[in-house]
Design a protein around this ligand. Structure first.
Ligand code: BV8
Ligand code: ZN
Length: 237
C-alpha cells in the first residue's frame, strides 16, 4: 500500500513544540506569528525574527519525537510511505522517517537573505529566550536568515514536486495535525480527493477539510497513529 502523510504543527504539539497559532507562552506571544514569519516582519525587525527562530531552533533540540512521529516511521516497514510536512522541526527525521519533504523549510537550514548562500557556521547557543538577537552577517554583507518559507514566499520546488507526486500516486493520504488553512499546502489533500483517493484526517478539532475527507479521527496524533496503518483497510472498506 502506498501511503502519503501530510503533517502540520499538531503532530509536534505533544512533543512540547507549540503549534504555529497557539504559542501563547513565548516572549513573542504578543506578536502576530504571521507578522514574525513574513518578509515584511523580517525587514521591519530582523533581530526580533532572528531571536524567535533561534529560540525555536534551540527548543526543538530539547524535545523528543512522540508516539505519532514514531508510528509513521514504523509504517515504513510494511508500506511505501512518503512523509510531506509543513513543519520546520526535525522530529519526523529523528523518529526514523526518511525521506521527509519539508514544504516550508527547516529550522536547521540557514542562508544569506541577500545572496542566498547557505550558512553552515556555528550558531550562538540560546538557552534563554532573548527577544531580539543580531543575525549573523554573510561575507557579502547580507543578513543570515532561516531557510524557512515565510508568508508571501514561494515554496521550494523539490518538496512541492514530491508532495504533488505523492498525492497523485498514494492509495491513501493521512492528514495529521494541520489546521488546513495555509495554501498551497492545504490544497494537497484536495488534489487527492479530486482523484478519488481516500483521505483520512487525524485532528482533535474539526478543520475546513473535515467535511470533505473520507474519514475523520477526532483524536490526538500520538493516540490515533499507532496501529492506524493495520486498521486502514477495514476503516476504509
Ligand atoms: C505563497 C513556516 C505565493 C514559518 C509557514 C488568502 C487566501 C488563500 C491564501 C492566501 C491568502 N492570503 C495569503 C495567502 C497565501 C498564504 C496563506 O495560505 N495564508 C493563509 C493564512 C490564508 N500562503 C503563503 O503565503 C505561502 N506562499 O502563497 O506564495 C507565491 C507564489 C509564487 C511566488 C511568490 C509567492 C507560504 C505559506 C508558508 C508560510 N510558512 N511556516 C514558520 O513555521 O515559522 S506556515 C505555518 O502555518 C506553519 O509552519 C504551518 O505550516 C502552517 C499552518 O499551521 P499548522 O501546521 O496547520 O499548525 P496550526 O497551529 O495552524 O494548527 C495545528 C493543528 O493541529 C490544529 O488544527 C490543531 O487542532 C491540531 N492539533 C493540535 N494538537 C494536536 C493536533 N493534531 C493532532 N494531534 C495533536 N496532539
Ligand atoms: Zn550573502
Amino acid at each position: 500500500m502506498r501511503v502519503a502523510v501530510l503533517s502540520g504543527a499538531g503532530i509536534s504539539a505533544e512533543s512540547g513544540v507549540p503549534t504555529f497559532r497557539d504559542d501563547k507562552n513565548g516572549l513573542w506571544a504578543r506578536f502576530d506569528p504571521y507578522e514574525l514569519s513574513s518578509v515584511q516582519g523580517w525587514e521591519r525587525n530582523p533581530e526580533r525574527v532572528w531571536g524567535w527562530y533561534l529560540w525555536r531552533h534551540y527548543l526543538v533540540g530539547t524535545v523528543e519525537p512522540n508516539a505519532g512521529h514514531r508510528a509513521i516511521a514504523d509504517w515504513q516497514k510494511d508500506a511505501d510511505v512518503t512523509v510531506i510536512t509543513q513543519n520546520v522541526d526535525d522530529l519526523h527525521e529523528r523518529a526514523g522517517s526518511s525521506p521527509v519533504h519539508h514544504l516550508h523549510g527547516s529550522l536547521f537550514e540557514f542562508r544569506c537573505a541577500h545572496c542566498n548562500k547557505p550558512f553552515h557556521e556555528e550558531l550562538p547557543a540560546m538557552t534563554e529566550p532573548t527577544i531580539e538577537v543580531e543575525p549573523p552577517v554573510c561575507h557579502c554583507g547580507g543578513l543570515i536568515r532561516p531557510d524557512i518559507v515565510w508568508f508571501g514566499e514561494a515554496l521550494p520546488q523539490g518538496p512541492w514536486r514530491h508532495a504533488v507526486d505523492a498525492m497523485e500516486s498514494a492509495d491513501v493520504v493521512v492528514v495529521v495535525g494541520t489546521s488546513a488553512i495555509v495554501y498551497p499546502a492545504a490544497g494537497l489533500p484536495e488534489m487527492a480527493l479530486a482523484r478519488g483517493t481516500a483521505v483520512v484526517e487525524v485532528n482533535p478539532e474539526p478543520t475546513p477539510l473535515t467535511p470533505y475527507v473520507t474519514l475523520t479521527i477526532r483524536e490526538s496524533a500520538s493516540r490515533a497513529l499507532p496501529g492506524l496503518l493495520e486498521r486502514l483497510p477495514t476503516l476504509l472498506k
